[in-house]
Design a protein. Structure first.
Ligand code: NAP
Length: 290
């Protein structure tokens, strides 16, 4: 079997066109556009490029984006005061603090200070709790994007066995929770470094979501024939032939998995484009709720 590629760029483009229509409708009917505030503390190059990509995506969707850049050495109180100001700003419907924060900041305290009804990343404990008990909330962007990608692959998750590798708070745990929701109705196994024989679980899986942050975590011999593979990992591998001196690979060995799976996401171009798309989705939802 040679797996089809699940084109995250295409799905993201389709959804972003829908979001842009939603923004235009909101503007025409209610006279305002969704506003997203992105706070960047310090100048970590990866964070700068994520923030730039988010602003570009906002502008393309017709949304207002407000970038707040703060020096890495500001006092935490100053950052909390900025968030409080944005919490009260009626033109802002979503607030995102780019993580990781520089050393010395209490990330939990900072994230907890975002008003839950503007927490479009879905990271505050209130949103996570609402998701777990099935209340209206903002779903975390990467896990929500993963569910959309599985649906886009053509797989009906109802009654299927999904194996998630990785139990982080931002990917593994919320993906497992979303897959197990009644409306999705998959049966879920969550693997981590304490799992004895991960392959014995993945070989039973109709879908494998791998979010371990380690290249080669999933190989073709660990898959059942025809499984769908969602590769969340983003890993830099030194590569002198590339202008930047590295290339990006996922957590799945693409070649061997493609030979056994029915569909697989590429890295880059799979999960990555969906994360920002679901952020725009949440920001539009937040604005519509006003
Ligand atoms: P993380 O916080 O480091 O968590 C990794 C998880 O994988 C941990 O739960 C760890 O288990 C588990 N794990 C690691 N190696 C394993 C193995 N060999 N077998 C079984 N479990 C294993 O990482 P994360 O934040 O979830 O991110 C995972 C990957 O996704 C990273 O490459 C990250 O860059 C990428 N990512 C991509 C996007 C995107 O938009 N494309 C978004 C978020 C993350 P323990 O808990 O036992 O340590």
């Amino acid at each position: 079997m040679s797996a089809k590629t699940i084109d995250g760029k295409l799905l993201a483009a389709n959804l972003r066109a829908e979001i842009a229509e939603g923004v235009a409708r909101l503007k025409a009917e209610r006279g305002f556009v969704p506003g997203l505030a992105v706070i960047l503390v310090g100048d970590n190059p990866a964070s700068v490029s994520y923030v730039t990509a988010k602003e570009k995506a906002c502008a393309e969707a017709g949304m207002l984006s407000r970038e707040i850049r703060l020096d890495a050495d500001i006092a935490e109180e100053e950052l909390l005061a900025k968030i409080a100001e944005l919490n009260a700003d009626p033109a802002i419907h979503g607030i995102l603090v780019q993580l990781p924060l520089p050393k010395g900041f209490d990330e939990k305290k900072v994230i907890n200070s975002i008003a839950p009804d503007k927490d479009v990343d879905g990271f505050t404990p209130v949103n996570v709790g609402r998701m777990m008990i099935g209340e209206e909330c903002f779903l975390p962007c990467t896990p929500h994007g993963i569910i959309k990608l599985i649906e886009f692959s053509g797989m009906d998750l109802k009654g299927r066995h999904a194996v998630v590798i990785g139990r982080s708070n931002i990917v593994g745990k919320p993906v497992a929770a979303l897959l197990a929701r009644r409306e999705t109705n998959a049966t879920v196994t969550l693997c981590h470094t304490g799992t004895i024989d991960v392959a014995s679980f993945t070989r039973q899986a109709d879908v494998v979501v791998v979010a371990a942050g380690r290249p080669g975590t999933l190989t073709g011999d660990m898959l059942k024939s025809g499984a769908v593979v969602i590769d969340v990992g983003v890993n830099r591998i030194p590569d002198a032939s590339r202008p930047k001196g590295f290339r990006l690979v996922g957590d799945a060995d693409f070649e061997s998995c493609s030979a056994v799976a029915s569909a697989i996401t590429p890295v880059p171009g799979g999960v990555g484009p969906m994360t920002i798309t679901m952020l725009l989705w949440n920001t539009l939802e937040s604005a519509k709720r006003r």
